[in-house]
Design a protein around this ligand. Structure first.
Ligand SMILES: [Zn+2]
Ligand SMILES: [Zn+2]
Length: 359
């Protein structure tokens, strides 16, 4: 999954402006994009051009570097300041709540709702998920969705933005050095590869959606709000500036670091280690550890096999907190049109030698 700022070519064809879909509140996905199915996208390629870095490329690279380094330095500072003192339960709870809320903004909002349109919900809830996803500092909703749609189109081929197996000039190579190069690139190195050119064509439907357009414009506001909220909470609960400062550190910066690396693990770990019970065009894997940590996103082979499914954990034992939240919204009438693969489709895609556990 993508992360941090890639300046997206904002030439998405908003003048096309097709009529809004009554059910989804979205403009229809352009006819030349088949993200709703498990077929690869057929749009022309958008490529990275790291060798010709423009001033804008360098600015994006510097922003991404800051988004990676600042939370890491904040972690060191947080550990130093907390060293030797008892666990501060207030700060721990603020940290955990912020991790879960912003992670859900990414997994349910940016990923399943906006990128894959796996279910429909009200405009207010879409706005809330968009705001929470923006607080994760993984780039704007346009940037995130464009990069991720390209990942599905080119999974593990030479145009995949973040494959541990291949890059634009070939493969990462054999042996330990090739492995570590591929792992680093897929985990975070791709953030420094330059802008993704021509990405506007991946998000024509998203750019035509007023809620997404607003969230995209307000990205910086929500990033700052995601830092101020835990600071205010810490200050009010502990009735001190120290509480506010520690809230900013743990619930703000360290929380960003946590959600970054957990999200990045889907791109790196889940294309290297795990099982692949379904036939896909890539090296995607189901990884139980990442599955739990990412609120269900680590059932990644399932996801590549059925990209528009709202449910990634397809068996009861494949814990998928994000789907539980979506299903809960459905039960109270706040989510509908939930897309799930039927049994026949699941059976047809399963590898012949794959074990078929009971659901
Ligand atoms: Zn993937
Ligand atoms: Zn996806």
């Amino acid at each position: 999954m993508p992360i941090a700022a890639h300046t997206v070519d904002s030439t998405a064809n908003t003048t096309h402006n097709p009529p809004l879909d009554d059910q989804l509140g979205f403009a229809p996905i352009p006819a030349d994009i088949t993200i709703m199915s498990d077929a690869k996208l057929t749009v022309p390629d958008a490529t990275f051009a790291p060798e010709t870095l423009s001033p804008a490329d360098r600015r994006v690279r510097a922003l991404n570097l800051g988004a990676v380094i600042v939370p890491f330095l904040a972690l060191i500072l947080a550990i130093v300041l907390s060293w030797g003192s008892a666990i501060n339960w207030t700060q721990l709870i603020i940290y955990a709540v912020m991790v879960e809320l912003t992670a859900i903004g990414v997994t349910i909002g940016f990923h399943r709702l906006f990128t894959h349109r796996a279910f429909a919900t009200t405009s207010t809830i879409r706005y809330i998920f968009g705001a929470l996803g923006s607080m994760a500092v993984q780039g704007t909703v346009y940037e995130w969705c464009a990069t991720h749609r390209k990942h599905h189109q080119h999974s593990d081929d030479h145009h995949d933005p973040h494959s541990p197996h291949a890059h634009s000039d070939g493969v990462w190579g054999e042996g330990l050095i090739g492995f570590f190069k591929g792992f680093y690139h897929s985990h975070m190195g791709w953030l420094f590869a330059g802008r993704m050119k021509g990405s506007g064509k991946y998000i024509k439907d998203i750019a035509a959606d007023p809620v997404c357009a607003a969230i995209n414009r307000q990205f910086r506001f929500w990033v700052i709000a995601g830092l101020l909220l835990p600071a205010i909470a810490g200050g009010l609960i502990e009735q001190s500036w120290h509480g506010a400062w520690m809230g900013l550190l743990w619930g703000g910066f360290v929380r960003i670091l946590t959600v970054h690396h957990v999200t990045w693990s889907v791109n790196s770990v889940c294309h290297l280690w795990g099982t692949s019970p379904f036939r896909t065009h890539d090296e995607s894997r189901n990884n139980p550890v990442i599955g739990v940590l990412t609120l269900g996103e680590g059932w990644h082979n399932n996801h590549h096999a059925f990209p528009n499914s709202a449910r990634h954990g397809l068996h009861w034992w494949q814990i998928d907190i994000s789907y539980i939240v979506i299903r809960s919204l459905e039960l109270v009438g706040l989510a509908w049109n939930i897309k799930l693969p039927d049994k026949e489709r699941i059976a047809a895609k399963r590898r012949r030698n794959a074990h078929t556990p009971s659901t």
